[in-house]
Design a protein around this ligand. Structure first.
Ligand code: ADP
Length: 448
């Protein structure tokens, strides 16, 4: 990139030097031409008004041979009558010369002809006199090439100076372009908007955001792995302990069913946890486009979940009911069933005897509202944001005692995100918890 910038700088500089030199030469030459022609015209007018050449006998003009202009008198038929520079006898007919024929036709004429050498050009000015003869004055002057050539050393000198200046500027420009990028590459964390130029700010923000996301994800994954290992260890230790006791006949005969029960309970916990971990990693890996969405009757699915959980509700002496009306969402059936199950299951498990759980489904504006409200133990305000984190539990022992894995709400949050829905939690300790989810209505166009 640095090389490219430098190359382009130099190219632009060289091109502009060349263009300036050429255009200046042309402009200058045009001016110069005009000057020479004006001069020749003045000469001619002076000579004419002096009346030196108004007769064919031009012998009186002999003293003009050392003038730096060439003066010729040409008869109307083109015969050269007088020339102060060349022997008249050796000259051919001048009728065909552009300046002569132009003067005969229009009163005056001019032309420029290149001499034998490239360096000089001959400038001619001719006027038609009253007696029909043509008076012509000519002068040899620098050609455009000569002017250009004489300008060349200056052009070359300026060129070199500008070239060096360009290299210097290019180096400075690339340095100031690259410096923030280099420092960004080295210290991504320390880079803020003030340390880069304006044009780079959006780029830096995106990079920083992505970097932060990557770091956050890495940290989360690390935490998750540590948490998983820790969570799996407890039931496995208990399984291993009880099995060892039985293996070495250290358990009394009557304790064996209880130990087997503990082993069973821990194994179930392990299975539940592994199932939830698998669900989470599937949800992590899936993009919303990959999830197979279909039109789902949310009220009906809620009814199924409520039916399925009636036994569990009965065990906890909780009344579980469904309210609302039919509403349709675009969703993934498996995920929505999982979400309903997790929310209802929590509402039952964190409830009090004789408590209530009400599931409500209804269209609301352009959306469909799912609300799971319980009259349970509630969640203290300081925990409300965190309960959606993996393995975050408010009351660990109650969670474990009721078969919780600490992953239920993390799964809910993921599913909500996959559906582009909104999630809200309202809770008051001792009074209960209400979780509300707003889905896009599959029949939005009908309702609106
Ligand atoms: P768990 O498997 O432990 O229930 P969740 O992710 O489902 O894990 O919930 C996380 C924590 O949030 C629970 O441990 C519990 O402390 C709290 N919680 C979830 N739902 C409720 C609720 N309806 N009422 C009170 N506390 C709840």
């Amino acid at each position: 990139m640095k090389k490219k910038i430098r190359r382009e700088f130099v190219l632009v500089a060289l091109l502009s030097i060349l263009l300036t030199a050429v255009s200046m030469t042309v402009v200058f030459y045009e001016l110069f031409k005009k000057e020479v022609m004006n001069e020749l015209e003045s000469y001619t007018r002076v000579l004419q008004s002096a009346g030196v050449f108004d007769t064919a006998a031009a012998g009186a003009a002999d003293g003009l041979s050392d003038w730096d202009v060439r003066i010729s008198l040409i008869a109307a038929d083109g015969t050269v009558l007088y020339d102060n520079d060349v022997e008249v006898g050796g000259l051919d007919n001048h009728r065909g010369r552009p300046e002569v024929s132009e003067a005969i036709e229009e009163g005056s004429g001019q032309s420029i002809r290149r001499s034998d050498t490239l360096d000089r050009s001959a400038f001619y000015y001719a006027v038609l006199q009253e007696d029909g003869t043509v008076l012509r004055v000519a002068k040899a002057s620098s050609s455009i090439w000569r002017i250009f050539r004489s300008a060349l050393p200056i052009v070359a000198f300026t060129g070199i100076v500008i070239f060096l200046l360009c290299m210097l500027l290019a180096a400075r420009a690339t340095r100031s372009l690259m410096a923030p990028i280099d420092s960004l590459a080295e210290h991504l964390d320390e880079c803020d908007d003030a340390s880069v130029y304006d044009e780079m700010v959006p780029f830096v923000r995106t990079i920083r955001r992505q970097h932060e996301d990557i770091m956050k994800n890495a940290r989360m994954r690390q935490d998750f792995t540590a948490n998983v290992s820790h969570e799996l260890k407890t039931p496995l230790t208990s399984i291993s302990g009880y099995a060892e006791l039985i293996e070495h006949h250290m358990a009394a005969e009557q304790d064996i069913p209880r130990f087997a029960g503990e082993i069973h309970h821990s194994a179930t916990r392990l299975l539940n946890m592994i199932n939830d971990i698998i669900k989470l990693s599937e949800l992590d890996a899936m993009t919303p486009e990959q999830a197979q969405m279909e039109r789902l009757p949310l009220h009906l699915l809620a009814q199924n979940s409520v039916d399925m959980l009636q036994i569990s509700a009965g065990k906890h002496q909780v009344m579980l009911g469904l309210a609302g009306e039919a509403a349709y969402i675009n969703g993934n059936k498996e995920m929505v069933e999982e979400l309903l199950y997790n929310l209802c299951d929590n509402a039952i498990r964190y409830n009090n005897p004789d408590g209530n759980v009400t599931v409500m489904v209804k269209p609301l504006g352009g959306k469909v509202m799912l609300e799971v409200a319980d009259t349970g133990i509630g969640i203290p305000a300081e925990h409300q944001q965190r309960v959606f984190e993996r393995f975050y539990r408010v009351d660990k022992s109650r969670s474990k005692a009721t078969g919780g894995t600490g992953l239920g709400l993390a799964i809910v949050k993921h599913i909500v995100a996959q559906h582009g829905a909104q999630l809200e939690l309202e809770s008051e300790p001792g009074k209960g918890t209400t979780i509300t989810i707003l889905f896009e209505n599959a029949d939005k166009s009908v309702i609106l």
